[in-house]
Ligand binder design. Structure first.
Ligand code: IMO
Ligand code: MG
Length: 427
Protein backbone atom coordinates (compact mmCIF):
# COMPACT_ATOMS: atom_id res chain seq x y z
CA UNK A 1 0.00 0.00 0.00
CA UNK A 2 1.45 3.41 -0.86
CA UNK A 3 2.79 5.74 1.76
CA UNK A 4 2.64 9.18 0.16
CA UNK A 5 4.78 12.03 1.41
CA UNK A 6 4.08 15.68 0.65
CA UNK A 7 6.96 18.00 1.44
CA UNK A 8 8.10 21.49 0.52
CA UNK A 9 10.77 21.62 -2.19
CA UNK A 10 11.76 25.28 -1.61
CA UNK A 11 11.83 27.49 1.53
CA UNK A 12 8.41 26.61 2.94
CA UNK A 13 5.04 28.21 2.09
CA UNK A 14 4.87 26.28 -1.19
CA UNK A 15 1.19 25.40 -0.70
CA UNK A 16 1.66 22.04 1.01
CA UNK A 17 -1.58 22.42 2.98
CA UNK A 18 -3.87 22.41 -0.05
CA UNK A 19 -2.22 19.34 -1.64
CA UNK A 20 -2.17 17.45 1.67
CA UNK A 21 -5.85 18.34 2.03
CA UNK A 22 -6.55 17.04 -1.47
CA UNK A 23 -4.72 13.75 -0.93
CA UNK A 24 -6.10 13.35 2.60
CA UNK A 25 -9.53 12.69 1.14
CA UNK A 26 -8.23 9.30 -0.02
CA UNK A 27 -5.83 8.51 2.85
CA UNK A 28 -6.65 6.61 6.05
CA UNK A 29 -4.23 8.58 8.20
CA UNK A 30 -2.31 11.87 7.98
CA UNK A 31 0.96 12.12 9.91
CA UNK A 32 3.07 15.17 10.77
CA UNK A 33 6.72 14.19 11.33
CA UNK A 34 8.73 17.36 12.07
CA UNK A 35 8.58 21.05 12.83
CA UNK A 36 6.08 22.65 15.14
CA UNK A 37 3.79 25.66 15.13
CA UNK A 38 6.31 27.56 13.01
CA UNK A 39 4.30 25.99 10.16
CA UNK A 40 1.19 27.62 8.73
CA UNK A 41 -0.80 25.39 6.38
CA UNK A 42 -3.71 27.13 4.71
CA UNK A 43 -6.68 25.31 3.23
CA UNK A 44 -9.69 27.06 1.72
CA UNK A 45 -12.96 25.13 1.48
CA UNK A 46 -16.10 26.83 0.15
CA UNK A 47 -14.73 30.24 1.04
CA UNK A 48 -13.79 29.26 4.63
CA UNK A 49 -10.07 29.53 5.41
CA UNK A 50 -8.41 27.13 7.83
CA UNK A 51 -4.81 27.85 8.88
CA UNK A 52 -3.31 24.90 10.72
CA UNK A 53 -0.02 25.15 12.60
CA UNK A 54 0.33 21.89 14.51
CA UNK A 55 -2.74 19.90 13.62
CA UNK A 56 -2.40 17.63 10.57
CA UNK A 57 -4.45 18.77 7.57
CA UNK A 58 -6.44 15.48 7.59
CA UNK A 59 -8.50 17.02 10.34
CA UNK A 60 -10.77 18.65 7.80
CA UNK A 61 -12.24 15.23 7.06
CA UNK A 62 -14.48 13.74 9.72
CA UNK A 63 -12.95 10.72 11.42
CA UNK A 64 -9.65 10.72 9.50
CA UNK A 65 -6.83 9.55 11.78
CA UNK A 66 -4.36 12.36 12.45
CA UNK A 67 -1.00 11.76 14.07
CA UNK A 68 1.48 14.25 15.51
CA UNK A 69 4.64 12.14 15.37
CA UNK A 70 7.62 11.99 17.71
CA UNK A 71 9.69 14.28 15.45
CA UNK A 72 7.31 17.21 15.94
CA UNK A 73 7.91 19.73 18.72
CA UNK A 74 4.65 20.60 20.43
CA UNK A 75 3.80 23.81 22.25
CA UNK A 76 0.99 22.44 24.45
CA UNK A 77 -0.70 25.79 25.03
CA UNK A 78 -0.87 26.68 21.36
CA UNK A 79 -1.97 23.16 20.42
CA UNK A 80 -4.88 23.46 22.86
CA UNK A 81 -5.83 26.88 21.41
CA UNK A 82 -5.70 25.41 17.91
CA UNK A 83 -7.86 22.45 18.96
CA UNK A 84 -10.40 24.85 20.47
CA UNK A 85 -10.37 27.01 17.35
CA UNK A 86 -11.02 24.15 14.94
CA UNK A 87 -13.73 22.78 17.25
CA UNK A 88 -15.41 26.20 17.17
CA UNK A 89 -15.46 25.88 13.36
CA UNK A 90 -17.38 22.62 13.73
CA UNK A 91 -14.49 20.16 13.18
CA UNK A 92 -13.87 17.14 15.40
CA UNK A 93 -10.47 16.29 16.88
CA UNK A 94 -11.49 12.91 18.25
CA UNK A 95 -9.19 11.12 15.80
CA UNK A 96 -6.06 13.02 16.91
CA UNK A 97 -3.05 11.22 18.39
CA UNK A 98 0.07 12.85 19.80
CA UNK A 99 3.30 10.92 20.23
CA UNK A 100 4.36 10.32 23.83
CA UNK A 101 7.91 10.82 22.52
CA UNK A 102 7.27 14.29 21.03
CA UNK A 103 9.22 17.06 22.76
CA UNK A 104 7.40 20.00 24.28
CA UNK A 105 8.16 23.60 23.45
CA UNK A 106 8.50 25.20 26.88
CA UNK A 107 8.00 28.86 27.86
CA UNK A 108 11.79 29.31 28.19
CA UNK A 109 12.29 28.05 24.63
CA UNK A 110 10.06 30.82 23.28
CA UNK A 111 11.69 33.39 25.52
CA UNK A 112 15.21 32.35 24.49
CA UNK A 113 14.27 32.25 20.79
CA UNK A 114 13.03 35.83 21.04
CA UNK A 115 15.95 37.13 23.10
CA UNK A 116 18.64 35.53 20.96
CA UNK A 117 17.00 36.86 17.79
CA UNK A 118 16.67 40.36 19.26
CA UNK A 119 20.31 40.32 20.43
CA UNK A 120 21.73 38.86 17.23
CA UNK A 121 21.89 42.11 15.22
CA UNK A 122 23.16 41.33 11.74
CA UNK A 123 23.38 37.62 12.58
CA UNK A 124 19.62 37.35 13.04
CA UNK A 125 18.07 34.29 11.39
CA UNK A 126 14.57 35.71 11.24
CA UNK A 127 12.96 32.80 13.08
CA UNK A 128 9.25 32.62 13.81
CA UNK A 129 10.12 33.06 17.54
CA UNK A 130 7.99 30.03 18.39
CA UNK A 131 10.83 28.42 20.40
CA UNK A 132 11.49 25.79 17.74
CA UNK A 133 15.31 26.05 17.60
CA UNK A 134 15.80 26.10 21.40
CA UNK A 135 13.45 23.11 21.77
CA UNK A 136 15.34 20.98 19.22
CA UNK A 137 18.59 22.19 20.84
CA UNK A 138 17.44 20.79 24.19
CA UNK A 139 16.36 17.56 22.51
CA UNK A 140 19.92 17.09 21.20
CA UNK A 141 21.40 18.25 24.52
CA UNK A 142 19.23 15.66 26.31
CA UNK A 143 17.50 18.32 28.37
CA UNK A 144 14.11 18.11 26.68
CA UNK A 145 10.76 17.37 28.27
CA UNK A 146 8.54 15.02 26.30
CA UNK A 147 4.82 14.33 26.24
CA UNK A 148 5.40 11.19 28.34
CA UNK A 149 7.05 13.40 30.96
CA UNK A 150 3.96 15.57 31.09
CA UNK A 151 1.95 12.49 32.10
CA UNK A 152 4.52 11.37 34.67
CA UNK A 153 4.36 11.99 38.43
CA UNK A 154 7.94 13.21 38.17
CA UNK A 155 7.10 16.08 35.80
CA UNK A 156 7.47 18.72 38.54
CA UNK A 157 10.93 17.61 39.61
CA UNK A 158 12.15 17.21 36.01
CA UNK A 159 10.91 20.70 35.16
CA UNK A 160 12.51 22.21 38.27
CA UNK A 161 15.87 20.73 37.40
CA UNK A 162 15.85 22.02 33.78
CA UNK A 163 14.39 25.37 34.79
CA UNK A 164 17.22 25.94 37.29
CA UNK A 165 19.67 25.74 34.36
CA UNK A 166 17.53 27.95 32.13
CA UNK A 167 17.14 30.57 34.85
CA UNK A 168 20.93 30.76 35.16
CA UNK A 169 21.09 31.63 31.46
CA UNK A 170 18.16 34.04 31.60
CA UNK A 171 19.40 35.95 34.64
CA UNK A 172 23.21 35.81 34.30
CA UNK A 173 23.63 36.04 30.54
CA UNK A 174 20.58 37.98 29.45
CA UNK A 175 19.79 39.96 32.64
CA UNK A 176 16.17 38.80 32.60
CA UNK A 177 14.03 37.91 35.63
CA UNK A 178 13.91 34.17 36.42
CA UNK A 179 10.84 32.10 35.49
CA UNK A 180 8.76 30.72 38.35
CA UNK A 181 8.67 26.93 38.59
CA UNK A 182 5.47 26.63 40.63
CA UNK A 183 3.33 28.64 38.24
CA UNK A 184 4.78 26.79 35.26
CA UNK A 185 3.99 23.45 36.91
CA UNK A 186 0.39 24.61 37.50
CA UNK A 187 0.10 25.80 33.90
CA UNK A 188 1.32 22.45 32.59
CA UNK A 189 -1.03 20.52 34.91
CA UNK A 190 -3.89 22.14 32.98
CA UNK A 191 -2.30 21.19 29.67
CA UNK A 192 -1.86 17.61 30.90
CA UNK A 193 -5.55 17.27 31.71
CA UNK A 194 -6.56 18.63 28.31
CA UNK A 195 -4.03 16.68 26.23
CA UNK A 196 -4.05 13.34 28.07
CA UNK A 197 -6.77 11.78 25.86
CA UNK A 198 -4.62 12.27 22.75
CA UNK A 199 -1.16 11.21 23.98
CA UNK A 200 -0.15 7.64 23.08
CA UNK A 201 2.54 5.44 21.57
CA UNK A 202 2.15 6.62 17.99
CA UNK A 203 5.16 4.55 16.91
CA UNK A 204 3.13 1.40 17.59
CA UNK A 205 -0.03 2.95 16.09
CA UNK A 206 1.79 3.90 12.88
CA UNK A 207 3.46 0.52 12.59
CA UNK A 208 0.15 -1.33 12.94
CA UNK A 209 -1.47 0.94 10.34
CA UNK A 210 1.45 0.38 7.97
CA UNK A 211 1.42 -3.41 8.50
CA UNK A 212 -2.30 -3.64 7.90
CA UNK A 213 -1.95 -1.83 4.57
CA UNK A 214 -3.61 1.45 5.48
CA UNK A 215 -3.11 4.44 3.18
CA UNK A 216 -0.66 6.73 4.93
CA UNK A 217 -0.04 10.36 4.07
CA UNK A 218 2.95 12.21 5.53
CA UNK A 219 2.59 15.97 5.85
CA UNK A 220 5.88 17.85 5.79
CA UNK A 221 6.28 21.31 7.25
CA UNK A 222 8.79 23.98 6.16
CA UNK A 223 10.85 23.03 3.10
CA UNK A 224 13.95 21.44 1.66
CA UNK A 225 16.16 24.55 1.92
CA UNK A 226 15.17 25.03 5.56
CA UNK A 227 16.43 21.50 6.40
CA UNK A 228 19.15 21.68 9.04
CA UNK A 229 21.47 19.49 6.94
CA UNK A 230 20.64 20.48 3.36
CA UNK A 231 19.31 24.00 3.76
CA UNK A 232 21.00 27.39 3.63
CA UNK A 233 22.71 26.86 6.99
CA UNK A 234 22.54 28.64 9.43
CA UNK A 235 19.43 30.27 7.91
CA UNK A 236 17.40 27.12 8.41
CA UNK A 237 14.95 25.58 10.83
CA UNK A 238 16.14 22.91 13.28
CA UNK A 239 14.43 19.82 11.84
CA UNK A 240 14.40 17.66 8.70
CA UNK A 241 11.57 18.66 6.35
CA UNK A 242 13.07 16.41 3.63
CA UNK A 243 11.68 12.91 3.07
CA UNK A 244 14.53 11.50 5.18
CA UNK A 245 12.87 13.09 8.20
CA UNK A 246 9.82 10.84 7.93
CA UNK A 247 11.36 7.67 9.28
CA UNK A 248 13.01 9.38 12.23
CA UNK A 249 9.99 11.57 12.91
CA UNK A 250 7.45 8.72 12.98
CA UNK A 251 9.39 5.56 13.85
CA UNK A 252 8.29 3.91 10.59
CA UNK A 253 10.82 2.05 8.44
CA UNK A 254 12.00 4.01 5.35
CA UNK A 255 10.15 1.57 3.05
CA UNK A 256 6.85 2.94 4.40
CA UNK A 257 7.28 5.86 1.99
CA UNK A 258 6.68 4.85 -1.60
CA UNK A 259 5.76 8.18 -3.21
CA UNK A 260 7.45 11.50 -2.59
CA UNK A 261 5.51 14.52 -3.79
CA UNK A 262 7.55 17.71 -3.74
CA UNK A 263 5.44 20.86 -3.63
CA UNK A 264 6.96 23.55 -5.83
CA UNK A 265 5.59 27.06 -6.07
CA UNK A 266 5.68 28.34 -9.69
CA UNK A 267 7.92 31.11 -8.40
CA UNK A 268 10.04 31.26 -5.22
CA UNK A 269 9.44 32.87 -1.83
CA UNK A 270 11.26 32.94 1.47
CA UNK A 271 10.52 34.50 4.86
CA UNK A 272 13.34 35.34 7.21
CA UNK A 273 16.98 35.98 6.38
CA UNK A 274 19.44 34.08 4.22
CA UNK A 275 20.58 33.68 0.63
CA UNK A 276 18.05 33.79 -2.23
CA UNK A 277 19.70 33.78 -5.65
CA UNK A 278 16.61 34.54 -7.77
CA UNK A 279 15.15 37.19 -5.43
CA UNK A 280 13.54 40.13 -7.24
CA UNK A 281 14.07 43.52 -5.63
CA UNK A 282 12.06 45.30 -8.31
CA UNK A 283 8.42 45.94 -9.16
CA UNK A 284 7.99 42.39 -10.48
CA UNK A 285 8.84 41.00 -7.03
CA UNK A 286 6.38 43.44 -5.47
CA UNK A 287 3.71 42.54 -8.01
CA UNK A 288 4.09 38.82 -7.18
CA UNK A 289 3.88 39.62 -3.43
CA UNK A 290 0.69 41.63 -3.84
CA UNK A 291 -0.92 39.28 -6.33
CA UNK A 292 -0.08 36.16 -4.32
CA UNK A 293 -0.79 37.78 -0.91
CA UNK A 294 2.71 36.66 0.01
CA UNK A 295 2.64 37.44 3.72
CA UNK A 296 3.49 34.77 6.32
CA UNK A 297 0.56 32.66 7.56
CA UNK A 298 2.26 32.35 10.97
CA UNK A 299 3.97 35.69 11.52
CA UNK A 300 2.38 38.00 8.92
CA UNK A 301 5.83 39.07 7.67
CA UNK A 302 6.09 40.02 3.97
CA UNK A 303 7.67 37.17 2.03
CA UNK A 304 10.64 37.80 -0.25
CA UNK A 305 9.70 36.88 -3.84
CA UNK A 306 11.64 35.79 -6.93
CA UNK A 307 11.60 33.61 -10.04
CA UNK A 308 11.43 29.83 -9.97
CA UNK A 309 14.84 28.31 -9.27
CA UNK A 310 15.33 24.82 -10.70
CA UNK A 311 18.76 24.49 -9.09
CA UNK A 312 16.84 24.29 -5.81
CA UNK A 313 14.18 21.93 -7.15
CA UNK A 314 16.85 19.64 -8.63
CA UNK A 315 18.52 19.48 -5.23
CA UNK A 316 15.17 18.54 -3.65
CA UNK A 317 14.61 15.84 -6.30
CA UNK A 318 17.96 14.25 -5.46
CA UNK A 319 17.86 14.51 -1.67
CA UNK A 320 14.26 13.39 -1.20
CA UNK A 321 13.84 11.02 -4.14
CA UNK A 322 10.93 13.05 -5.48
CA UNK A 323 8.64 10.96 -7.68
CA UNK A 324 6.16 13.71 -8.44
CA UNK A 325 5.81 17.48 -8.44
CA UNK A 326 2.75 19.36 -7.22
CA UNK A 327 3.06 22.81 -8.77
CA UNK A 328 1.22 25.55 -6.93
CA UNK A 329 0.15 29.09 -7.81
CA UNK A 330 0.16 28.93 -11.59
CA UNK A 331 -2.68 31.48 -11.40
CA UNK A 332 -0.55 33.94 -9.41
CA UNK A 333 2.23 33.74 -11.97
CA UNK A 334 -0.28 34.37 -14.76
CA UNK A 335 -0.68 37.83 -16.29
CA UNK A 336 3.04 38.52 -16.80
CA UNK A 337 4.31 39.14 -20.37
CA UNK A 338 7.40 37.04 -19.79
CA UNK A 339 8.46 34.75 -16.97
CA UNK A 340 11.95 33.52 -16.11
CA UNK A 341 13.22 30.23 -14.77
CA UNK A 342 16.68 29.82 -13.28
CA UNK A 343 18.41 26.75 -14.71
CA UNK A 344 21.96 27.15 -13.34
CA UNK A 345 24.18 29.45 -11.27
CA UNK A 346 27.24 31.22 -12.51
CA UNK A 347 29.88 31.37 -9.76
CA UNK A 348 33.31 32.86 -10.51
CA UNK A 349 32.65 32.47 -14.24
CA UNK A 350 31.72 28.78 -13.96
CA UNK A 351 28.27 27.28 -14.43
CA UNK A 352 26.87 24.87 -11.87
CA UNK A 353 23.57 23.09 -11.22
CA UNK A 354 24.65 21.99 -7.76
CA UNK A 355 23.42 23.97 -4.78
CA UNK A 356 26.50 25.29 -2.94
CA UNK A 357 26.95 24.61 0.78
CA UNK A 358 28.83 27.83 1.44
CA UNK A 359 27.16 31.18 2.02
CA UNK A 360 30.13 32.90 0.38
CA UNK A 361 29.61 30.89 -2.83
CA UNK A 362 25.88 31.60 -2.73
CA UNK A 363 26.53 35.32 -2.34
CA UNK A 364 28.51 35.23 -5.60
CA UNK A 365 26.00 33.08 -7.50
CA UNK A 366 24.30 34.76 -10.45
CA UNK A 367 21.15 33.15 -11.82
CA UNK A 368 21.20 31.90 -15.41
CA UNK A 369 17.66 32.34 -16.75
CA UNK A 370 15.58 30.83 -19.50
CA UNK A 371 12.72 33.06 -20.60
CA UNK A 372 9.17 31.92 -21.28
CA UNK A 373 6.05 33.55 -22.68
CA UNK A 374 3.55 34.42 -19.96
CA UNK A 375 -0.05 33.18 -19.78
CA UNK A 376 -3.38 34.57 -18.68
CA UNK A 377 -4.18 34.57 -14.99
CA UNK A 378 -7.74 33.55 -15.73
CA UNK A 379 -7.14 29.81 -15.34
CA UNK A 380 -8.91 29.00 -12.08
CA UNK A 381 -11.74 27.23 -13.96
CA UNK A 382 -9.34 24.82 -15.71
CA UNK A 383 -9.48 21.19 -14.53
CA UNK A 384 -7.89 19.32 -17.48
CA UNK A 385 -4.25 19.74 -18.37
CA UNK A 386 -5.04 20.15 -22.07
CA UNK A 387 -7.18 23.19 -21.25
CA UNK A 388 -4.30 25.17 -19.76
CA UNK A 389 -2.89 27.90 -22.05
CA UNK A 390 -0.14 26.62 -24.37
CA UNK A 391 2.52 28.83 -22.79
CA UNK A 392 1.64 27.55 -19.30
CA UNK A 393 2.00 23.98 -20.58
CA UNK A 394 5.39 24.85 -22.09
CA UNK A 395 6.51 26.20 -18.71
CA UNK A 396 5.32 23.03 -16.95
CA UNK A 397 6.86 20.69 -19.51
CA UNK A 398 10.17 22.48 -19.19
CA UNK A 399 10.10 21.93 -15.41
CA UNK A 400 9.39 18.25 -16.04
CA UNK A 401 12.26 17.79 -18.47
CA UNK A 402 14.80 19.76 -16.41
CA UNK A 403 13.98 17.94 -13.15
CA UNK A 404 13.15 14.57 -14.78
CA UNK A 405 10.06 14.52 -12.57
CA UNK A 406 6.40 14.62 -13.68
CA UNK A 407 4.22 17.56 -12.67
CA UNK A 408 1.13 15.64 -11.57
CA UNK A 409 -0.89 18.30 -9.75
CA UNK A 410 -1.22 21.96 -10.67
CA UNK A 411 -2.79 24.61 -8.46
CA UNK A 412 -4.84 27.09 -10.52
CA UNK A 413 -6.56 28.88 -7.63
CA UNK A 414 -6.64 28.89 -3.83
CA UNK A 415 -9.85 26.89 -3.31
CA UNK A 416 -9.74 23.15 -2.60
CA UNK A 417 -11.33 22.40 -5.99
CA UNK A 418 -9.11 24.72 -8.06
CA UNK A 419 -6.58 22.13 -9.09
CA UNK A 420 -5.61 20.10 -12.16
CA UNK A 421 -4.91 16.49 -11.17
CA UNK A 422 -3.20 14.22 -13.69
CA UNK A 423 -2.90 10.95 -11.76
CA UNK A 424 -4.02 9.00 -8.70
CA UNK A 425 -1.64 8.52 -5.80
CA UNK A 426 -3.58 6.01 -3.73
CA UNK A 427 -4.62 3.18 -6.06
P1 IMO B 1 5.41 26.12 6.44
O1 IMO B 1 5.21 24.71 6.97
C1 IMO B 1 8.26 29.31 5.66
C2 IMO B 1 11.58 29.84 8.48
C3 IMO B 1 11.60 31.10 9.33
C4 IMO B 1 13.10 31.31 9.46
C5 IMO B 1 13.63 29.88 9.59
C6 IMO B 1 13.88 29.44 11.02
O2 IMO B 1 4.26 27.02 6.61
O3 IMO B 1 5.94 26.07 5.05
P2 IMO B 1 12.22 28.71 12.98
O4 IMO B 1 11.15 29.48 13.67
O5 IMO B 1 11.73 27.47 12.29
O6 IMO B 1 13.42 28.44 13.84
O7 IMO B 1 12.75 29.73 11.83
O8 IMO B 1 12.64 29.05 9.00
N1 IMO B 1 10.33 29.05 8.58
C7 IMO B 1 9.41 28.98 7.61
N2 IMO B 1 9.31 29.62 6.43
N3 IMO B 1 7.33 28.41 5.98
C8 IMO B 1 7.40 27.73 7.14
O9 IMO B 1 6.56 26.71 7.42
C9 IMO B 1 8.44 28.04 8.05
N4 IMO B 1 8.81 27.59 9.27
C10 IMO B 1 9.97 28.21 9.58
O10 IMO B 1 10.98 32.18 8.67
O11 IMO B 1 13.62 31.83 8.26
MG1 MG C 1 3.52 28.69 5.87
Amino acid sequence: MPGVSVFGAQWGDEGKGRFVDFLASEADVVVRYQGGNNAGHTIIVDGVTYTLHLLPAGLLYEGKLCVIGNGVVVDPGSLISEIELVKSKGLSVDALMISDRAHMVMPYHKLLDGISEDNAGEAQIGTTKRGIGPCYTDKAARLGLRMCDLLSDNFGSKLRSVLAQKNEILTKIYGQPPLDADSMIDEFAEYRDKLRPYICDTVRVCYDLFKSGKKMLFEGAQGMLLDIDFGTYPYVTSSHPTAGGISIGTGLPPCAVTEVVGVVKSYTTRVGKGPFVTELHDEIGERIRQKGHEYGATTGRPRRCGWLDLVIVGFAVRTSGMTSIALSRMDTLGGFDKVQVCVAYEIDGKLTRDYPASLEQLAKAKPVYKEFEGWSDDISHVRRYEDLPKSAREYIEFIESETETPVDMIGVGPERSECVVRRKYFE
